[in-house]
Design a protein around this ligand. Structure first.
Ligand code: DX5
Ligand code: ZN
Length: 231
């Protein structure tokens, strides 16, 4: 994948129909999703449980775009290999998930996959200073991870701006996750984020039998971001 900062919308399948992931993934891609965001939760690092490696492996053949796997698990290191083998294109780990995030990112890179580092809302942006040469993406959480449909935390905008400044001309994506919708996306895009995860704001109003609302929702988020950038 060649690097660029164009706006990317990454629907989170946490808001999809859990009995129909294959068709849900096909529907969001047909309706304009750029990436597919997979939220992995362990009931320990975050208070919710979702997808093990076999589930992610079952999603893989349906994903024609880019599979972005967000690991909200601790420990992380014992499972990196399994999620890489399951077919992730990018693996993102949380800075807060253990004492050795540098080692974790090295382990992700060693699998040949792209590596992301994620920051919870309470974690300062300066904490990634010595990680920047190891990552392909910084994920700024704009809710406390664990559930879809939560209220956007506005301090994420300032954090994105600080991360953008730290990145300089390095080829590193900035992703935002949590409460992203047409109302919140503009300020985030202006601050320098290029990849937007959205669960409820993409899936609301639609279904595999009626996927047109997915497309309308994706276009509404994308156009609000582009408008804020003056594009
Ligand atoms: C939160 C997850 C998000 C979540 C976003 O723990 O990482 O990806 O699904 O959901 P919305 O867009 O509904 O806030
Ligand atoms: Zn996520």
């Amino acid at each position: 994948m060649s690097f660029n900062r164009s706006i990317k919308i990454a629907p989170s399948i946490l808001s999809a129909d859990f009995a129909d992931f294959g068709r849900e993934i096909q529907a969001i891609e047909a309706e304009g999703a750029d990436w597919v965001h997979v939220d992995v939760m362990d009931g320990h690092f975050v208070p919710n449980l979702t997808f093990g490696p076999p589930a992610v492996k079952a999603f893989r053949p349906h994903v024609k775009t880019f599979m972005d796997v967000h690991l909200m698990i601790a420990p992380v290191d014992p499972y990196i290999e399994a999620y890489a083998e399951a077919g992730a294109d990018m693996i993102t780990a949380h800075l807060e998930a253990g004492p050795h995030i540098h080692r974790t990112l090295q382990a992700i890179k060693a699998t040949g996959k792209m590596a992301g580092v994620s920051l919870n809302p309470g974690t300062p942006p300066e904490s990634i200073e010595y990680l920047l040469d190891l990552v392909d993406m910084v994920l700024v959480m704009s809710v406390n991870p664990g559930f879809g449909g939560q209220k956007f935390i506005p301090s994420a905008v300032d954090k994105v701006a600080k991360v953008r400044e730290m990145i300089g001309d390095r080829e590193i994506h900035i992703q935002v996750d949590g409460g992203v919708d047409p109302n919140t996306v503009g300020a985030l895009a202006k601050a320098g984020a290029d990849c937007f995860v959205a669960g409820s704001a993409v899936f609301r109003g639609g279904s595999v039998g009626n996927p047109a609302p997915y497309g309308e929702n994706i276009r509404a988020i994308r156009s609000a971001a582009e408008k804020a950038l003056g594009e």
